[in-house]
Design a protein. Structure first.
Length: 254
């Protein structure tokens, strides 16, 4: 694949970075990224991935735009109320970058349809708002050997981690959260609140980690979870060990 003169101009600020260069930009152009959730995390991530030149974006979300979304979900405006989020996201991506093919999936992802909806892709960025979906996404990514960037948000805190649990020395998402949680037992932004600007930080960071994983620059972040506290502010990093008893990726797993 050869970049056109227009693409060389569009992505010039990437290409001059020795960590990305022309070869890295071509890898982005060839990549398919599935984004789970067009919410507070997904909104900035979708925009930065499209702007970065990711060749194909598959966005999975069955929700419509509501007034309470607008405080943090920056893809949407007042005129979009009641519209499917994936429909609006597709229009924004088309304006941002004609190079990015957009695949809207207006369905709720479950363990039963994860393989069908995620399909063949190079990376999954999960920014969904419920624990059952997170587990379904993570388990499928491990089985299908798809790198997973998982981003979460609540109140003034955000966290982000990259997982490749099929590798012998790498944990999966279940190694991090375990099996002790009920699939529907998680706090929501509606119950706890969330700082809108924190969604922007974590969504943008998720896009950066997706680009890192596709291009391959910098230290490998797999198996590490970064936690940002917006009140302090403070950032800390936790290295997650592989759980040999994990039912998804451990020696006793399937």
């Amino acid at each position: 694949m050869t970049l056109s003169d227009e693409q060389l101009d569009r992505y010039a600020r990437h290409i001059v970075l020795k960590e990305i260069g022309g070869a890295g930009q071509v890898r982005l152009a060839r990549a398919t990224v599935a984004v789970i959730g067009a919410g507070g995390i997904g909104c900035p991530a979708i925009q930065y991935l499209a702007a970065a030149g990711v060749g194909r974006l598959r966005v999975i979300d069955d929700d419509t735009v509501s007034l309470s979304n607008l405080q943090r979900q920056i893809l949407f405006g007042t005129d979009d109320l009641g519209r499917p989020k994936v429909e609006v996201a597709g229009e924004v991506v088309a304006r941002l970058n004609p190079d990015a093919a957009f695949e809207p999936v207006g369905e709720r992802l479950t363990s039963a349809n994860a393989e069908e909806l995620i399909g063949a892709c190079d990376l999954v960025l999960d920014g969904c708002d419920n624990f059952a979906t997170r587990l379904a996404v993570a388990d499928h990514c491990t089985r299908a050997r798809i790198p997973l960037v998982s981003a979460a948000l609540g109140q003034f805190q955000g966290q982000i981690g990259t997982f490749r649990g099929w590798e012998t020395d790498q944990p999966c998402y279940r190694c991090f959260v375990g099996d002790a949680f009920d699939g529907d037992d998680c706090d929501t932004c509606a119950e706890q609140g969330v700082l809108g600007a924190m969604a922007g930080l974590i969504g943008s960071w998720g896009a950066m980690e997706a680009v890192r994983a596709i291009v391959g620059f910098g230290p490998d972040q797999a198996g590490m979870v970064h936690v940002m506290d917006g009140i302090t502010p403070m950032l800390r990093t936790i290295r997650i060990p592989k759980d040999p008893g994990c039912r998804t990726c451990g020696s006793t797993g399937s």
